[in-house]
Design a protein around this ligand. Sequence first.
Ligand code: ADP
Ligand code: MG
Length: 531
Amino acid sequence: MSKNVFVCARVRPPLKDEDPNDTCVQINEADRTIAVRDRQGFATDKQYSFSAVFPQKASQRHIFESVGRTAVETAFEGHHSAIIAYGQTNSGKTYTLANKGSTDKEDGLLQRCVKELFETVNKNPGLYRVTMSYTQIYNEVLSDLLTGEAPTSKTVSLTIREDAEGNVFVPGLTTVDVCSAGDVTHYVDCGNKIRMVALTNMNAESSRSHVVVTLHLHRTNTASAAPEGRLLLVDLAGSERIKKSRVQGVRKQEAQCINASLACLGNVVHALAEGSPHVPYRDCKITRLLQDAFKRGRTNLVVTVGPSSSDFHETNSTLTFGMRAMKIKQLPMGRGSTDAPFEEGVDTSLCASTASAAEFSRLQSGNEEMAARLREEDDLIQHLGAALREADDEIRVLHREIAVSKAEAMDAAEAARNQLLLHQDVVKQLLRDRERDHTELEALKKHLQQLTAERDGLLEAIQLDQITKTTRSHTKTDGVSAAFVNKENAPPRPSPNQKKNSHPMASKAPLGPIVNLSLNSRNSPLQFIEL
Ligand code: ADP
Ligand code: MG
């Protein structure tokens, strides 16, 4: 028998809505490793190694040969044997563990294991009796899936106890005889009908509960010393990032419960890996049910991951969980727990003492009472512990949310400040431009005034010159009497005021041909047009 915790990882193929090229996992079957990289493909790839790795193309048969067959053998050897599917919602746990395909090719581990189990049972007629039970843990309430009645919010949790040999058992749980693989699948189908399945944003059939199918292999040949073997098939509810699945209300509470119980499982695995003297099996129901398989049986952990880069974080945390389980050292297999709870133990030194039988029985009943009280207190502590952990988780989520909001607010403030500084610079530049334009405008105005004055002066001079020339030419050509040039008849000279304000041509005095002076532009030559 090899290590009693066998860990393998399976990567499911991309789903219809996933891009097959956008993958974050790379499998190396030869050295049984999986490398995970994010979208940027950083050089600091994380590498995880396992007892076995199954790529997307791995068949259901392949998984059975690697995991299922040994699990069945372990049960026939009289040990507790468990196959646990662990992974993010939608990563392929149920498909791996209990898929019922349209053809045998698609069948999951459950179908294949029971087929194998009954082949061996049928080869040994009269040697084995097989019974089964089917349980669900929903919101830390353990319920029976073979009663035919769906659990409700009022369902009271079944309790988990340990027998004298330290084996866990559930008093009052329905156990049915099964004689074939068909019987098992029939009961599983009945249980599935009442299993809690709800819609979430993550997976249209997301399982909101952990479910455990337990097959008990009883030896009918009493002469055999081999004890009862068990095969547990555990389909865990998927871990879930509450923000990503956007669940609310009851669904959020379910998700918190699922995450808390998976954290407990992580603590158990951690304690076993560290060789810690105390393993917190009692912290939640699922670890308590799996206690025997971990303690002295054989556990097969199948961690399932999706290939998509969008599942990068979940894939990392699932594979980290698997790697931690890989560190669990070989534990002693077989019956006889060394750490059975003291209530089951009887102090034999008392028997050997001189106390009377009555005294012994009084002390024993007192011992039993105290054990019962301790169990009650233990349940209460577990309950309080679960509530505390839940509150703790919530606080951690809130802290993370606050930190994210703070960072976002700081980023927004920084961006606004930068924007403001940018605007201030622009405004300053605009003011500077305006001032410069203003100065230029003033200079231009002055220049224009100068030019206007010059133009007026020039116009006046030209007009006078023109008048003089015209007068002279009239005198010459027409022999006009000198009277015309007589000062009294001469056109009046403009007064100093007129010079400035009125056009000299506006004078009513008769002039020679009227001359229109046109000034097109400051620099253009004056044009004289005779009308
Ligand atoms: P989970 O139980 O982890 O929430 P499921 O087992 O329901 O996830 O798988 C999610 C989807 O992926 C299902 O549609 C299932 O048929 C498909 N799927 C999972 N694993 C495989 C696989 N190895 N090959 C083909 N389809 C798979
Ligand atoms: Mg599932």
